[in-house]
Ligand binder design. Structure first.
Ligand code: AMP
Length: 226
């Protein structure tokens, strides 16, 4: 199964991706996580990306497309993947279409999480992350059991450098201008499924799971008709 998770920063894509990947046994590819990994490792790519990330701007398409091309070559994605944070522009979406069609592959669905803008600023500025396992917490709606400490690793959580209010507002503007047009792009391909991203994590997940199960059922039926 090949899925894309679309939605503004802070919509809950990371949290929901974790649940989907666990339940359906697919691998998540988060371009944000890949870029943060490159930054920590101090690679050339990481150094180039840092400049854009800290301002809340998008890293140039050619850098991201090259990074995804390399990532998708890995055998662990042969059975499928869930793309989180990619594509973010029309040229990225077109490059992905080409990469997949060159390998005779197709996307199954694009899940679109819808959350009002005002809600996103509050969510993002209260977000905290475990530096070891990457688990994402929210100080109000999904806090760790002990103050600022990861439930799994027992170490102190951190705030992403791009989760400060000014950068968050810029990231949301960038989303509206450059990424939101992708909803129409995938609607035209009949692949977009909109999900209301407001409410409890488990209730949102239930809606997402129902969509994925329907898609899987549709695939089974198509196979058995052959
Ligand atoms: P995220 O963790 O998905 O919110 O990504 C954090 C930052 O990484 C973004 O604000 C961008 O600067 C950069 N980034 C992640 N994915 C992409 C992408 N597909 N295209 C361009 N920049 C990206």
């Amino acid at each position: 199964m090949r899925l894309i998770f679309l939605g503004p920063p802070g919509a809950g894509k990371g949290t929901q991706s974790e649940l989907i990947c666990k339940d359906f046994g697919i691998k998540q590819i988060s371009t944000g996580d890949l870029l943060r990994y490159h930054r920590i490792e101090g690679t050339e790519l990481g150094k180039k990306a840092q400049f854009y990330m800290d301002k809340g701007e998008l890293v140039p398409d050619e850098i991201i497309i090259e990074m995804i091309r390399n990532e998708l070559r890995k055998t662990e994605y042969l059975d499928g993947f869930l793309l989180d944070g990619f594509p973010r522009t029309i040229p990225q979406a077109e490059a992905l279409d080409k990469l997949l069609s060159d390998s005779g592959l197709k996307l199954d669905a694009v899940l679109v999480l819808i959350v009002p803008m005002e809600e996103l600023v509050a969510r993002l500025t209260a977000r905290r992350v475990c530096p070891k396992c990457g688990k994402v917490y929210h100080l109000i709606s999904n806090p760790p059991k002990n103050d600022n400490i990861c439930d799994i690793d027992g170490i102190e959580l951190y705030q992403r450098t791009d989760d400060t209010e000014e950068t968050v507002r810029n990231r949301l503007n960038v989303y509206e201008q450059q990424t939101a047009p992708l909803i129409g792009y995938y609607e035209n391909q009949g692949l977009a499924y909109k999900v209301d991203g407001n409410g409890k994590i488990e209730d949102i997940y239930k809606k997402i799971k129902d969509i994925i199960l329907k898609i899987l059922k549709g695939k089974e039926e198509t196979h058995s008709e052959k």
